[in-house]
Design a protein around this ligand. Structure first.
Ligand code: DX5
Ligand code: ZN
Length: 220
């Protein structure tokens, strides 16, 4: 059985204590740190950029899974590489040349990912599947934490799982949005192997993070 990886989204953490929050989820068993970068234009919310990620790099050795909800992407790729991002995921709608963007991400030394909005079909990733290391199926519309899981995305996860198995490469299948102890087993059964969770991890204080993460993994 595939080991499911858990990527806490720091969007739901206490931003006044980001370094401590990352250390706490790392100690509680997180596999990746999921960092949501929003520009107030591609999505209707603003978060953090490369300078903050660079500071956070000192706090953990866990891979930084950076989810870009910005447009354009290309002028910032080198900044995210220099800041210490390990996986850099982009939305196809963020620019006209997805293939080139993915190549630039790899050339900068990071693993390229593609994120599919709820209304974006799985087929968008087909022509570039040999160029990605991660496919992210959004189970909410991007922009905010704390939204409800959109059940229709389970079929897309299944479809992407078949595409990945047919491609025969090691490509992570990540799901992001509304993932909790109830929806995680459904996402895992549909074929996801990386679960992003904000609210479901960062609740109850640092003492609860271990149990919160274990509850998400239990679905596997
Ligand atoms: C939404 C972000 C998510 C968000 C998930 O645009 O991409 O990573 O933080 O938050 P929850 O787990 O609370 O839905
Ligand atoms: Zn995200």
């Amino acid at each position: 059985m595939v080991r499911v990886r858990i990527a806490p989204s720091i969007l739901a953490s206490d931003f006044a204590r980001l370094g401590e929050e990352i250390a706490a989820v790392a100690a509680a068993g997180a596999d990746f740190i999921h960092i949501d970068v929003m520009d107030g234009h591609f999505v209707p919310n603003l978060t953090i950029g490369a300078p903050v990620i660079k500071s956070l790099r000192k706090t953990t050795d866990l891979p930084f899974d950076v989810h870009l909800m910005i447009a354009p992407v290309d002028p910032f790729i080198d900044d995210f590489a220099a800041a210490g991002a390990n996986i850099l995921t982009v939305h196809p709608e963020a620019g006209p040349h997805l293939h080139r963007t993915l190549q630039r991400i790899r050339a900068a030394g990071m693993k390229p990912g593609v994120a599919l909005n709820p209304a974006t079909p799985a087929s968008v990733v087909e022509p570039v599947i040999d160029d990605v290391d991660l496919i992210l199926v959004m189970s909410v519309n991007p922009g905010f934490g704390g939204q409800s899981f959109i059940g229709s995305q389970l079929r897309k996860i299944e479809r992407v799982r078949s595409m990945i198995d047919a491609a025969g490469r090691d490509i992570m299948l990540e799901v992001d949005g509304g993932v909790d102890a109830k929806t995680a087993p459904k996402a895992i059964a549909a074929g996801a192997d990386v679960l992003v969770a904000g609210s479901a991890v960062f609740r109850g204080g640092a003492g609860a993070y271990g149990d919160n993460i274990a509850a998400l993994r239990a679905g596997g």
